[in-house]
Design a protein around this ligand. Sequence first.
Ligand code: NAD
Ligand code: TDX
Length: 353
Amino acid sequence: MHILVTGGAGFIGSTYVRALLSGDYPAFAGADVTVLDKLTYAGNPANLAAVAGRPGFRLVSGDIADAPLVRELLVPGSVVVNFAAETHVDRSIDDAGSFVHTNVTGTHVLLETALRQRADRFLQVSTDEVYGSIPTGSWTESSPLLPNSPYAASKASADLLALSYFRTHGLDVRITRCSNNYGPHQHPEKLIPRFTTRLLAGRTVPLYGDGRHIRDWLHVDDHCRGIQLALERGEPGNVYHIGGGTELSNRSLTRELLAACGADWSAVRHVADRLGHDRRYSLDDSRLRALGYRPRTAFAEGLRATVDWYRSHPDWWATRAEYDARYANADERRDTPCAASSSLEVRQPGSVH
Ligand code: NAD
Ligand code: TDX
């Protein structure tokens, strides 16, 4: 068995690869695993250091939109798990070009190659943001796609392309749509690591708008278990929701983070709201629960362990926090252009590590 994991050096993809190569998913035991990752500012080979020497594992630096490279790596019969994406909503508001390139064109290249190479299965990792915002109740998998941000629109586009390859060509495509992930190894541009790393450094945290926006928090380990379940027991052409079961306003979450980091509300700065800011996301995940999915990580425990991880890994986030200084001081957000790249070296497509 060969598994091509795209975006496997990022937050969720690397968590999936570490679990896979640590034997957490017995159905895939002994599989060869290729990670294809462009190593953008969000990709970090250190996330895969724990499994770098495992037999059958390799990390290839390159772009999912590079068709010849994808054809070389996606050997006939592969299972494809596509995590690769531009993922930060604020960045997509500043410049959506890379989101269209990776999330739409890149996914198309993967799908087309998967079809030609007769891939065994293709799992597209998607998001609750494709549905827009919901004031009460929860979305089912057949709710209409009404994305608001350019990021969400690019993910919705990818989902529609993926489903079209199932409906038109019969490619075995499955889609998972999850809620907000948290856990170790998440880039400090996202709320929980951003607030945690800033508070640990004695800095203030920028709360967008009135802070009453609601997100459902899902531990990354539970998300990866849900993806694996959809791969093993899901049906071709189906969409599966993966929820965390912990809905919190950003204000409430901020209070938890202040307490975990030994700070108080005086560290909170109320800053301009995100443009088009979705008020609430909520997924009905009963379809995957019927296959046996249950989130296992209690939020209080998961959050405590996550804060501890950031506390004990300053080297991991210090370099990533350069991003924060350059780009995302939220009260200056409106005046500060988005940094398109980071200080991380991006190796030439096709170099194998
Ligand atoms: P991330 O930003 O941490 O990682 C993305 C990875 O993709 C990085 O390693 C990056 O280098 C790589 N990448 C970007 N462009 C690429 C390209 N053109 N070719 C190859 N690799 C490329 O993101 P994440 O949080 O790990 O998200 C993974 C997936 O899960 C994404 O598809 C995202 O839309 C989805 N998702 C994330 C969340 C969340 O809360 N983080 C929630 C719902 C869905
Ligand atoms: O500094 C901040 N201050 C703030 O108030 C940041 C970074 C965020 N926020 C708010 C905006 C959101 O309401 O916190 C909430 C969470 O923001 P993000 O961490 O940027 O996540 P979100 O926009 O909800 O999107 C995330 O979940 C769905 C991921 O980034 C997406 O990739 C995923 O698809």
